[in-house]
Design a binder for this molecule. Structure first.
Ligand code: 5GP
Ligand code: ZN
Length: 110
């Protein structure tokens, strides 16, 4: 999508600290980290939110989960938190599906 920030990061049109890339997925550092480690994991393909996950094939959906776990391993995180905000009511502000991977000292949740 032409006006999507994360599509622009995927395309290299907006700079980001990319930490892992492959299999149609990209992981990059959150510009405003909420924990010692805060990385966003996104599919290269634009999906508005997790609500649209059925648009992925089963293999793509499994690949996405594998990539989230691989990214945490690559960041040397043993224990960590994964969050997906869905819709404005769920705290979503960027409407390209993304997984927050948070590690280190974590914010109090809820
Ligand atoms: P959401 O609230 O949609 O679940 O999370 C969006 C996240 O994207 C926020 O944590 C925010 O800090 C991050 N973010 C917003 N704009 C940018 C950007 O241009 N670059 C990067 N790296 N992160 C961004
Ligand atoms: Zn997008």
């Amino acid at each position: 999508m032409s006006d999507c920030i994360f599509c622009k990061i995927v395309a290299g049109e907006i700079p980001a600290q990319v930490v892992h890339r492959g299999a149609g997925m990209v992981a990059f550092e959150d510009v405003a980290p909420k924990a010692d480690v805060h990385v966003l994991v996104v599919p290269e393909r634009h999906l508005e939110s997790l609500r649209d996950v059925a648009e992925l094939t089963p293999a793509e959906a499994k690949g996405m989960l594998d990539f989230v776990a691989e990214t945490a391993r690559k960041l040397s995180l043993d224990d960590y938190r994964v969050i997906v905000n869905v819709g404005p009511g769920g705290g979503q502000t960027v409407f390209h599906l993304h997984w927050h991977v948070l590690g280190g000292k974590l914010p109090v949740f809820g």
